[in-house]
Ligand binder design. Structure first.
Ligand SMILES: NC(=O)C1=CN([C@@H]2O[C@H](COP(=O)(O)OP(=O)(O)OC[C@H]3O[C@@H](n4cnc5c(N)ncnc54)[C@H](OP(=O)(O)O)[C@@H]3O)[C@@H](O)[C@H]2O)C=CC1
Ligand SMILES: O=CC(=O)O
Length: 327
């Protein structure tokens, strides 16, 4: 009998057809992402789950007695309670690497947009405010030959470094849990402490996974170290930066701008003070959102799911489950 799979995300027909060859499918048909309580009700007999977003925790797993695999479409997996999954013998897969270049493209786009006030000036023109010659308040910052500090020199961080160096002749500093001599050699990046990076960088890019160690890694004392002209870019997870501290730093002009793809709570509250600041660019978590990359992520998630349900080691088994699969 084919394993029962619940698809909790809208996926292309072609990928659904691939899954249907191997599994018996049920799927979420709503226009908006499935809510936690709805997902809990849908998992009663599912052995596999294809997940777009949302929390997987002990309470939900309690309602899913047959579940064996959670295959998330994303690269980050901070929404999965790994210990609860291990406790119930459920494994998890993700998709590292597939979106690296698309996310890095967006990070450079955010750096350019913030430095050259692209979003603000676009609005200015469209609102009919461009009535005379160039005004010095429109001046921006140079991206080329400036210093970029990358916090988290993993797959995406390295793609950002490559673009910064080769495309914009930037000096690349990085801070990472483990030093990476090979990356230093290949990309000309310089390792430094977090404090040095914050003090010296014109563009600070947060590219870490969200874990107990990285939550609120950037807070009040870190903004005190940054240059008043610094631009903070976060395209990893919102909770790595303390948003209250970020708002205060922007208000106090401790930094000049921020460009965000991610927030502590998503979708971000429309009343959030960050949304009323004209030196903050706000995107709706679209780092990997190109048609090709998104297709590849979903296809990879489907392959992970099928392999795991067949009892094979899936291509992207989350590292914390490697032991469970070997035993
Ligand atoms: N905005 C979006 O749409 C997207 C966001 N993301 C987010 O970006 C994150 C990063 O992705 P990716 O580059 O692929 O991840 P990687 O795992 O390749 O890289 C993460 C890097 O962070 C370092 N790191 C981890 N913990 C710490 C710590 N406590 N202190 C310092 N460094 C640390 C790791 O160091 P070490 O080498 O020591 O392990 C590693 O080099 C994802 O986890 C995800 O949350 C990903 C894709 C799209
Ligand atoms: O945020 C997106 C991801 O792939 O992680």
């Amino acid at each position: 009998m084919r394993p029962k799979v619940y698809i909790a995300w809208r996926i292309p027909d072609e990928i659904e057809a691939y899954l249907a060859e191997h599994c018996s499918l049920r799927k979420w048909k709503g226009e908006t992402p499935i809510r936690y309580e709805e997902l809990k009700d849908e998992l009663k007999d599912a052995e596999g789950l294809l997940l777009g977003e949302g929390r997987i925790d002990a309470e939900l797993l309690e309602q899913a007695p047959h579940l064996r695999v959670v295959s998330t479409i994303s690269n980050g997996y901070n929404n999965l309670d790994i210990e609860a999954m291990k406790h119930r013998g459920v494994i998890g897969t993700n998709n590292p690497g597939i979106s690296n270049e698309s996310v890095a493209d967006l990070v450079l786009g955010l750096a350019l947009a913030a430095a050259r006030k692209i979003v603000k000036l676009d609005r200015y023109v469209k609102e009919g405010c461009w009535t005379r010659g160039i005004d010095s308040s429109w001046y921006g910052l140079d991206v080329h030959h400036s210093t970029i500090g990358i916090i988290g020199m993993g797959g995406i961080g390295q793609e950002v470094a490559k673009r910064a160096k080769a495309g914009f002749d930037m000096k690349v500093l990085y801070y990472n849990r483990s030093r990476r001599p090979e990356v230093e050699h290949r990309l000309g990046a310089e390792y430094c402490s977090l404090e040095e990076l914050l003090t010296q960088s014109d563009f600070i890019v947060v590219m870490l996974p969200l874990t107990a160690q990285t939550e609120h890694l950037i807070g009040d004392r870190h903004f005190d170290l940054m240059k008043p002209s610094a631009v903070l870019i976060n395209a990893s997870r919102g909770s790595i930066v303390n948003e209250r501290a970020l708002v205060e730093a922007l208000r106090a002009r401790k930094i000049s701008a921020a460009a965000l793809d991610v927030y502590e709570f998503e979708p971000v509250n429309p009343d959030h003070p960050l949304l009323n600041m004209d030196n903050v660019i706000t995107l709706p978590h679209v780092g990997s959102a190109t048609a090709k990359t998104r297709f590849n992520m979903v296809m990879s998630a489907a392959r992970n799911l099928v392999a795991a349900l067949k009892g094979e080691t899936p291509p992207f088994l989350i590292r914390e489950f490697k032991e469970s699969v070997q035993n």
